[in-house]
Write a protein that binds this ligand. Structure first.
Ligand code: SAH
Length: 194
């Protein structure tokens, strides 16, 4: 199955699609521990939807996709239409808005937030918000910020269930990327409220 990627990624929003193997490994880890099937999931900064769609395919009862950008939402809708046509999946809701406005309580929040390279502390804003939205969170960050993320996790009363380190190719998607493929090191965290 091939989902559609961002058409014209918006630099300020740090629109990078999560690599398929990274999404699969993290979701599988959460799923094996019983955090996905029949659960209500929030995909924060959903982009084109790979994480939330993965959760639907793993049997989530409902997935809420929250995303601010209209062009990403357009592709997300196409991807969801494709999934709906080919698979039996749970309920889903698409919501347009800023992460700061997210409310409610979910069984699981999944996100690959902006790394905070373009908008300072964007990753921290997402993570802080997520702590109030669920007791289980899957989140992806730049490995270079791991110590800070671990401290933030523990300061907020969460503990790490699993960490995965990935090195993944980032295809040239922005003009300022000079090389065709660049590798970035990212870490996926599965965390749970203590
Ligand atoms: N979850 C997707 C996209 C990750 S890229 C995936 O894993 O492939 C980060 C996404 O967060 C982008 O789609 C971007 O548009 C969105 N985003 C950035 N800032 C946001 C904000 N303040 N509120 C909501 N979404 C935001």
């Amino acid at each position: 199955m091939k989902l559609k990627d961002f058409d014209k990624p918006v630099l300020a929003l740090e629109q990078y699609v999560t690599a398929g193997d990274v999404a699969a490994e993290l979701l599988w880890s959460a799923s094996m521990r019983g955090f996905v099937k029949d659960k209500v999931v929030l995909d924060l900064g959903a982009g084109t939807g790979i994480l939330g769609i993965g959760a639907l395919l793993l049997g989530a009862r409902k997935v809420v996709f929250l995303e601010t950008d209209s062009s990403a939402l357009k592709i997300l809708k196409e991807n969801l239409a494709f999934v709906e046509e080919h698979y039996e999946v749970g309920e889903f809701v698409i919501s347009q808005g800023d992460v700061s406005g997210a409310e409610g309580f979910f069984d699981l929040v999944i996100m690959n937030p902006p790394f905070g390279t373009k908008t300072k502390r964007a990753d921290f804003v997402f993570l802080s918000k997520a702590f109030s939205l669920a007791d289980v969170i899957v989140t992806i960050h730049k490995s270079s910020t791991k110590d800070f993320i671990l401290k933030t996790i523990s300061d907020n009363g969460f503990s790490v269930v699993d960490i995965f380190d990935f090195k993944y190719p980032l295809k040239k998607s922005f003009e300022h990327h000079d090389k065709l493929v660049r590798f970035i090191e990212v870490s996926g965290f599965l965390i749970k409220k203590k």
